[in-house]
Design a protein around this ligand. Structure first.
Ligand code: ATP
Length: 306
């Protein structure tokens, strides 16, 4: 009996870690036959996915009864456009992603994808249409090939290579001891943060979802890596409905709309120029980042050119 409890506990912990860190293991629950907190409605149909339009309609949500983490949040991400979420730590950005993925159900209001309430369709069909590039990708203890192919099981080798090329990771993979057959993860070759993120990008490109959720890495990567990642990220988002959690505002100046969250409410919205012109919360965040960058450059002896 004791032996039975160990793996169950282990999985419970792991499941919570998945929800918390929002790693992209959307099908893992199905694969392992584990109950998530939410259930498909009896006889629920699959999502009729079109181009992945997203709508939050007066959404309120709390993890427990004592406190609302999102309060009356409404926004749309029209098909093929990019909306960015910014705001202080704890303002509710990741929670919005989790609700879209239906890790939890809303207390009030509704989350719609292509006009369908996510509570009315199967979770598997919803998640099949959403690709996630998390902040910190957890790789399976398996080969590079397996880790990319996870995006679309059964994908032929040519598609895997093409996805890796689009994610700027193919050349790097060829330098690994067994190329695509190299074991990675905790028990294999350790990859850098940037390499892991590019594996996640390749996986998502292979999956080819209508919607992409991007959680930008907080930790600064070096400038060259950064530039490559930005190009690969731009490719994974192209022509897809994209919701991005941005920590560096410089990466979202071209977003169609920026939502500024504070304490679970959208306090400002608009594009970069409009928000700067407004001269309030976003503008002060922008100013703050410029100043931080300047002082960092000065410390590195790179002069004052942000
Ligand atoms: P960060 O930028 O630090 O990632 P965030 O804007 O993404 O923050 P959320 O992770 O959405 O913020 O958290 C919003 C609020 O909900 C926070 O107060 C947080 O403590 C709380 N919270 C998040 N996850 C849970 C959870 N699983 N159970 C209870 N409370 C939670």
């Amino acid at each position: 009996i004791i032996q039975l409890y160990v793996p169950l506990n282990w999985f419970g912990t792991y499941y919570r870690a998945i929800q918390k860190n929002f790693v992209d293991m959307e099908n893992m629950f199905d694969l392992m036959g584990v109950d998530s907190d939410v259930k498909d409605a009896p006889g629920a149909p699959d999502l009729m996915a079109r181009r992945g339009g997203i709508e939050f309609k007066h959404v309120s949500f709390g993890y427990g009864p004592e406190r609302l983490v999102l309060k009356n949040v409404s926004f749309k991400v029209p098909p093929g456009t990019t909306v960015a979420l910014v705001g202080p730590s704890g303002s509710g950005k990741s929670t919005i992603m989790r609700l879209l993925f239906r890790f939890y159900d809303v207390n009030e209001g509704a989350v719609l994808v292509d006009g369908q309430d996510v509570r009315t369709v199967t979770q598997s069909s919803l998640r099949a249409n959403i690709g996630v590039v998390p902040q910190d990708t957890v790789l399976f203890n398996n080969t590079v090939r397996y880790n990319i192919q996870y995006g679309r099981q059964g994908a032929p080798a040519a598609d895997i290579i093409s996805a890796a090329k689009n994610a700027d990771i193919h050349d790097k993979i060829l330098t690994f001891p067994d190329a695509y057959d190299t074991q990675v993860g905790e028990r294999g070759l350790r990859l850098s943060g940037g390499e892991k993120q590019r594996i996640a990008i390749a996986r998502t490109i292979l999956k080819d979802p209508a919607i992409v959720l991007l959680d930008e890495a907080t930790s600064a990567l070096d400038t060259n890596t950064e530039r490559n990642i930005q190009a690969a990220l731009a490719r994974v988002c192209a022509n897809r409905t994209t919701l991005i959690i941005a920590h560096r505002l410089s990466t979202i100046i071209h977003a169609d709309e920026i939502l500024v969250l504070k304490d679970g409410e959208i306090i400002e919205r608009g594009n970069h120029e409009a928000l700067l012109a407004q001269g309030s919360f976003y503008a002060s965040m922008w100013q703050q980042q410029l100043e931080n960058r300047n002082s960092a450059n000065q410390e590195n002896g790179e002069g004052n050119n942000a």
